[in-house]
Write a protein that binds this ligand. Structure first.
Ligand SMILES: NC(=O)CC[C@H](N)C(=O)O
Length: 328
């Protein structure tokens, strides 16, 4: 039987409400043993051990916690203490933590992130079946070499492609362009594909020895966006900027001018988009070559931020960063 370690970090899957039908609740209240005990048959899937890494709503995930989580995952694999990992996580920033681990963990062993949209105390809580499927994936040798996998509501997503698409719906996670990695039906797993971009063992990124990550801010694009937000970020110490641009990563003429100034000051600027699907291409309406900007290709703003932080931690310039956005 595979050895699976469950690393609990909080979120709605560990949430508690005052009653079974109350919308308001508190994230991160049920401890890891409680999560395991709530799922009949879980221990038949794998030799399972639980570990409480944090107990937060994932809106409170930060770089320090990411570095701690990555170090813990790395150590468990390096000491051969687990064949696969399951991380329970709030859904708000699950996609970012997942992509971070997808880029920095150096193992072909499965790392599976799961969560829930309804708290543990809710009528028809979705957490227990999500956890059951997640443990089944983490225990499955076929999951090896596919990077970090997000399992929710019977779907398997690559951590690179997945994004949260509804604030409240149980069917919240989608992988807009490449689609699902597979499906899970009561622990029976089907795989449709492998991620085509670099990850885990093939990734050049590592956080070993890092105590912090470079500051990268995201600026949200909109009609009448004030260019001085760009200057504010730069003067606050941002080494990278991601613009959640309009349409194909567009920004107003004034913002483009401010971004070009930021580039001249040594900041790396990535154009992503506030639109949920489609690529951001180079030199479409914005002259990236002239302004020194990077096009995000397929990454949404929050995923672009993760990749840009890791690129900057490696000392990459804009040209190398553009290359990374086409390879990861
Ligand atoms: N559904 C959820 O998990 C959201 C709860 C909380 N905001 C979190 O992300 O942890």
């Amino acid at each position: 039987m595979s050895r699976v370690r469950l690393l609990a970090t909080g979120g709605t899957i560990a949430g508690k409400a005052g009653s079974q039908v109350e919308a308001g609740y508190r994230s991160g209240e049920v401890a890891v043993e409680g999560l395991i005990d709530a799922v009949p048959g879980l221990r038949a899937l794998a030799r399972l051990e639980g570990e409480q890494v944090a107990q937060v709503g994932s809106q409170d995930m930060d770089d320090a916690l990411w570095l701690r989580l990555a170090a813990r995952c790395g150590a468990l694999f390096a000491r051969d203490e687990a064949d696969g990992l399951v991380i329970t996580h709030g859904t708000d920033t699950l996609e970012e933590t997942g992509y971070f681990l997808h880029l920095v963990l150096k193992s072909h062993r499965p790392v599976v992130l799961t969560g829930a949209m309804r708290p543990a105390t809710s009528l028809s809580a979705d957490g227990p079946l999500n956890l059951y499927n997640a443990v089944a994936v983490a225990a499955d040798p076929e999951a090896r070499g596919r990077g970090a996998i997000v399992v929710l509501n019977d779907d398997l997503h690559s951590a690179r492609d997945v994004t949260k698409a509804s604030t409240t719906d149980v069917q919240t996670f989608i992988s807009p362009d490449p689609g699902l990695l597979g499906t899970a039906r009561y622990g029976r797993i089907r795989y449709f594909r492998r991620p085509s971009r670099l990850h885990t063992e093939a990734s050049e990124f590592s956080v070993e020895g890092l105590e912090r990550l470079p500051r990268v801010d995201i600026l949200y694009g909109h009609a009448n966006m004030p260019p001085d937000l760009v200057h504010a970020s730069v003067s606050l110490g941002a080494r990278g900027l991601v613009v959640a641009g309009m349409g194909n990563g567009n920004v107003s003429t004034g913002v483009a001018r401010a971004l070009a100034e930021a580039v001249r000051a040594g900041v790396v600027v990535v154009r992503s988009t506030r639109v949920v699907s489609g690529d951001v291409g180079r030199n479409i309406e914005v002259d990236d070559d002239a302004l020194g900007l990077v096009a995000a290709d397929q990454l949404n703003p929050q995923k672009s931020r993760v990749l840009l932080q890791l690129c900057l931690a490696r000392g990459m310039d804009a040209r190398a960063v553009q290359d990374a956005f086409l390879r990861y």
